[in-house]
Design a protein around this ligand. Structure first.
Ligand code: GLN
Length: 490
């Protein structure tokens, strides 16, 4: 095994199985890489002693002949998943230094498979944002261009995988937070069907949308990890009780005769020409590989943004009420009485974006506005979900851009929340419907500024068809090498 730092997860798993490298050696290699790229600010908590102990346990397990395919493979977790051995902050001051008494189910599943945790990854506070500029612990830099955002909310996850500080990272997607940062950093980001990954131990933002997924180099790597990560969890009331399946089973299927739906609403006026060109070229590649392109329509998709920005704040205003200075995290030092303590703790602990959303959410749920905003948004959500079902009668998967532009610059949208919210234009419809969706690298932007910034192709499949979607992505990645390109210096 030559270049372990740039190897894919599949290659690392093979090297471990062949005993060409030990889990401890791999852990040391990645810890050193993390240390050498502190400038990116991708990691919030790194504890080499914990990582090396897990790696030693993985090696011992292999020596006993009890290793699985992922035993000893390193992984990093978005700081939205609670972990017993690392701080769990959701990138918020209100949870600074918080140690959870248990691991999230996703973390636990991967730990039981023998994966080794490298640390916790920066993100937007409570996963609210599209640029990672909302973290209380500072922005994350995009490894392709330090002037560009890494995307959000899973910006630490995307930067870490793009810079090869981890072969794989967990992430979460509520309205686009896996697909958008994956697109901005030239990696593969996959969100399964809502209800397929457990939400237990995922710090809640908008519970009817929050979905755990992965940042990887390739679709193949994602499929390998999903085999251990996904599954029914009785501790999560929205977990779907379906038999386990092999997510790698479509990796060799190819795309001959596949009908790819191209929604006209995803190619509207806001789409930048360089992104459109790269996406159209990817669609042509699929045609060359034997797929058929079908024009489809998702007429209400453009209402996704207003619907999402009513529903997500409504759910977050309820979820974030648990942070009261009594049970978790930050408590104000000086206060008069209980009410004053709660007010001050929340005022000091939450950053501006969670505060804005708590206010919006409380407003749309209040008496007199509930029917006009919340109920109306739920009704339009249903229309959007139904439109996906009619689209999937005409096609097998849907493809289009992930974002209207390549990664934007720091500060470009931060002062204008509505322009930031528009970054989710093409990702939010799939989230509202709860269908699986992913972003795969398909080119680079044009021009002197955008030339080095990656473009993502979005794939969307019907409920529980993530294995097929991964196969469709894999076919493209077998024929192209965008997913193998590395940022300069990486
Ligand atoms: N950018 C969206 C938001 O700010 C989506 C975030 C997410 O998917 N967690 O809510």
């Amino acid at each position: 095994m030559a270049d372990l730092a740039h190897a894919s997860l599949a290659e690392l798993a093979r090297a471990l199985a062949a005993r060409e490298v030990s889990a401890v050696e791999l852990a040391r290699l990645y810890l050193a890489r993390i240390e050498s790229r502190r400038d990116l600010n991708a990691f919030l908590d790194v504890r080499p002693e914990v990582t090396l102990a897990q790696a030693a346990a993985a090696d011992a397990r292999r020596a006993r002949g009890e290793a699985g395919s992922l035993t000893g493979v390193p992984i990093a977790h978005k700081d939205i998943f609670v972990t017993r051995d690392f701080c769990s902050t959701a990138s918020s001051r209100i949870l600074e230094g918080y140690m959870s008494p248990f691991d999230a189910t996703v973390v636990d599943n991967l730990g039981r498979a023998g994966m080794v945790t490298l640390g916790k990854l920066n993100c937007d506070e409570f996963a609210m944002g599209s640029s990672n500029e909302n973290s209380a612990y500072g922005v994350v830099l995009n490894p392709w261009d330090p002037k560009a955002v890494p995307g959000g909310s899973s910006g630490g996850s995307s930067a870490a995988v793009a810079a090869r500080l981890a072969p794989v990272a967990t992430a979460t997607d509520t309205g686009g937070s896996i697909r958008e940062p994956a697109a901005f950093t030239g990696i593969t980001g996959t969100k399964p069907t809502y209800g397929r990954p457990s939400r237990w131990g995922m710090i809640a933002f908008a519970s009817s949308l929050d979905t755990a997924g992965l940042m990887t180099q390739s679709a193949e790597d994602a499929a390998l990890v999903f085999n251990s990560m996904l599954g029914f969890d009785p501790k999560d009331s929205t977990s779907v009780d379906r038999p386990a399946e092999d997510y790698t089973r479509h990796l060799g299927t190819g795309v001959k005769g596949l009908r790819i739906g191209v929604p006209k609403e995803f190619f509207g006026a806001g789409l930048q020409a360089d992104v459109e060109a790269a996406v159209r070229a990817a669609l042509d590649e699929y045609r060359r590989l034997g797929a058929e392109l079908v024009d489809i329509s998702l007429p209400n998709a453009e209402l996704g943004i207003p619907v999402y920005y009513v529903l997500a704040p409504a759910e977050c205003s309820s979820n974030l009420s648990r942070f009261d200075g009594v049970r978790y995290g930050h408590r104000a030092e000086h206060y008069r009485d209980l009410t004053d303590m709660i007010k001050k703790s929340r005022a000091e602990g939450f950053g501006p974006e969670p505060k804005r959303r708590i206010l919006i959410g409380t407003y749309v749920l209040s008496h007199g506005y509930y029917d006009a905003y919340y109920i109306k948004a739920q009704q339009v959500r249903r229309l959007i979900a139904d439109e996906f079902q009619s689209a999937f009668r005409q096609c097998d998967v849907i493809a289009g851009p992930v974002t209207t532009s390549v990664a934007f610059g720091f500060g470009e949208k931060a002062a204008d929340p509505v322009s930031m919210y528009m970054a989710d234009l093409y990702t939010v419809p799939g989230s509202l419907a709860g269908v699986p969706s992913m972003s795969i690298p398909c080119g680079f932007g044009a021009g002197p500024v955008n030339g080095g910034r990656p473009v993502g192709l979005q794939l969307i499949a019907n409920y529980f068809e993530e294995a097929r979607m991964l196969g469709v992505a894999h076919a493209y990645q077998q024929a192209t090498d965008w997913h193998r390109r590395l940022p300069q210096g990486v």
